[in-house]
Design a protein around this ligand. Structure first.
Ligand code: ADP
Ligand code: MG
Ligand code: ZN
Length: 508
């Protein structure tokens, strides 16, 4: 243990020295010692924030979800009097550069309350106990300044799922302290904790429990209209030539995030300045787009035109195959705006009305829709791609459930073979088989699952081949607009002459 203390003393002396060298003051004696356990958070007073909702564009849904938080911070008494429960923690989730940090500041700016921000990464790699002390201090400061906002950026750096590895102990204690502080807040304290992450899957589940970060706000990459609005924000102070059309620029920049668009506007202005021009022209923007795109492609963040086309046909394949197979779910939305979490595009289907049971017919149709993406790729491009992985996984699960749970396969019959209770007297070879499933039956099950998926894929391919023109037409439209929904989507899908109908959630 002695070495730990030696290390601690060494670290303290070192950091004191660094502080003094940097002229940060407070370096002498106990003041410096004490300040180590102080939160590294930065305060912005109400009048220093200077960011409002007007500075954030293309994320209207997120803004709407945050208005309640703002009105609470403005007049906490009004809510407290009525005993209304206000979310304690709100987690902003979305890909990098979509405006999460900006949005958090804007909430404080709109609410006109002080803003205390820290980054989760400031808590990693520091000594045992120090992180705990800093978290405690952070919340003490916040309680004293209420109403206010505490913003924890990159929450994942602090709240990564706990593992059993000993070297995670420091972070684990820091995370525990954060949980303790959030729980310890009295219901009515007017402190709202906002946090941001682009890796929600990495977060410890304990952070999401009620009373902690139980409110999640999606801050997604903008669609075309969103991009236009963001460009408008970032060209507010830029003298644009008359020829510059922001709507056109928006359609030329699919996959750009808010940060990319801010970058674009800046690059264009720089190019104009280099020409000693008074105005930023279309040519400046074109050159700037080329630069930004090159940078993004290098970072593998942007779909090339070929990939984009494939994704469009894939998604329309889902929608069209589902409709043509008589699926009972309505296709609500098709999008090829990259989502930043792996999915390149998605097709959202919801049941027309809530159903507790599904007929075999409905499940069959659902499978056809699910495989429609791959089918479209095969029909149009002659070969499949890796893009259908998730669809195949879902389809296989459903087909297996039809066989082993629902007795929907004639070859296996109306028996349930899914419960995988281990039976002690079974010979070892089949110990992992579902109950009562001999090797022969296991083979039959596999063959049946395979047959069901095969048939659905064949059906999807044949309906899409039959309606190849519709497929082309809708995919072309989707490539233009990136998102199809509402009346337009209904109209596009309706020409197939069948009622839109089954599927489930989003498939990519
Ligand atoms: P994130 O925190 O999601 O990674 P940021 O908030 O740090 O993204 O965004 C970086 C910059 O990009 C912002 O300061 C702003 O200039 C610009 N930006 C990003 N998203 C938007 C948006 N939705 N509207 C306007 N500007 C944006
Ligand atoms: Mg950020
Ligand atoms: Zn798909």
């Amino acid at each position: 243990m002695w070495w730990l203390y030696a290390l601690l003393v060494g670290f303290i002396l070192y950091s004191l020295w660094m502080r003094q060298r940097a002229g940060l003051g407070g370096g002498a004696g106990p003041a410096g010692l004490l300040s180590m356990g102080r939160s590294q958070g930065r305060w912005l007073k109400e009048d220093e924030i200077g960011t409002t909702f007007a500075d954030v564009a293309g994320v209207d849904e997120a803004k709407e979800e945050l208005t309640e938080v703002i009105s609470f911070l403005r007049e906490p008494e009004r809510y407290q009097r009525l005993g209304a429960k206000i979310p304690r923690g709100v987690l902003l989730v979305g890909p990098p550069g979509t405006g999460k940090t900006l949005l958090a500041r804007a909430v404080a700016g709109e609410a006109k309350v002080p803003f205390l921000s820290v980054s989760g990464s400031e808590f990693s790699g520091i000594l045992q106990g120090l992180g705990v002390a800093r978290v405690r201090d952070l919340f003490r400061q916040a309680a004293a300044a209420a109403p206010c906002i505490v913003f924890i950026d990159e929450l994942d750096a602090l709240g990564r799922a706990r593992t059993s590895f000993a070297n995670n102990e420091d972070r684990e204690q820091t995370l525990n302290q954060l949980l303790v502080e959030m729980d310890g807040f009295s219901e009515n304290e007017a402190v709202i904790v906002l946090a941001a992450t682009n890796r929600p899957e990495a977060l410890d589940a304990a952070l999401m429990r009620p009373g902690r970060f139980d409110r999640h706000v999606l801050v997604d990459a903008p669609d075309r209209t969103g991009r236009e609005a963001i460009l408008r924000v970032h060209t507010r102070k830029v003298p644009l030539a008359d020829e510059v059309d922001l709507a056109k620029l928006a359609s030329r920049t699919p996959g750009f995030t808010g940060a990319d668009l801010a970058n674009l506007a800046n690059e264009a202005a720089l190019l104009a300045a280099r020409r000693s021009s008074e105005q930023v022209t279309n040519a400046d923007f074109s050159n700037a787009i080329d630069r930004v795109v090159a940078g993004l492609e290098r970072k593998n963040r942007l779909l090339g035109p070929d990939d984009k086309k494939r994704v469009a046909y894939h998604e329309v394949g889902h929608a069209l195959a589902a409709v043509l197979a008589g699926s009972t779910d309505k296709v609500h939305k098709i999008s090829i705006v990259p989502r930043g979490f792996g999915a390149l595009g998605f097709t959202m289907q919801l049941p027309i009305d809530e159903r507790l049971i599904m007929t075999k017919h409905a499940i069959d149709a659902k499978l056809v829709g699910l495989l429609g993406g791959r089918a479209a790729e095969e029909v149009v491009f002659g070969e499949p791609s890796t893009g259908a992985q998730n669809d195949l996984q879902k389809a296989t699960e459903i087909a297996r459930a039809m066989v082993v749970d629902y007795g929907m396969s004639e070859a296996v019959g109306p028996i349930s073979v899914s419960s995988s209770r281990k039976v002690a007297f079974l010979p070892d070879a089949s110990a992992n088989m579902p109950r009562g499933v001999g090797e022969h039956l296991a083979d039959v099950i596999d063959t049946e699952v395979r047959r069901i998926v095969d048939e659905a894929l064949t059906r999807a391919k044949s309906v899409l081949t039959e309606h190849r023109e519709d497929l082309e037409r809708i995919a072309k439209r989707l490539l233009e607009t990136e998102v199809l929904e509402g009346e337009e989507l209904e109209r596009l899908l309706a020409v197939t002459g069948r009622p839109p109908a089954n599927g489930g959630d989003a498939s990519s």
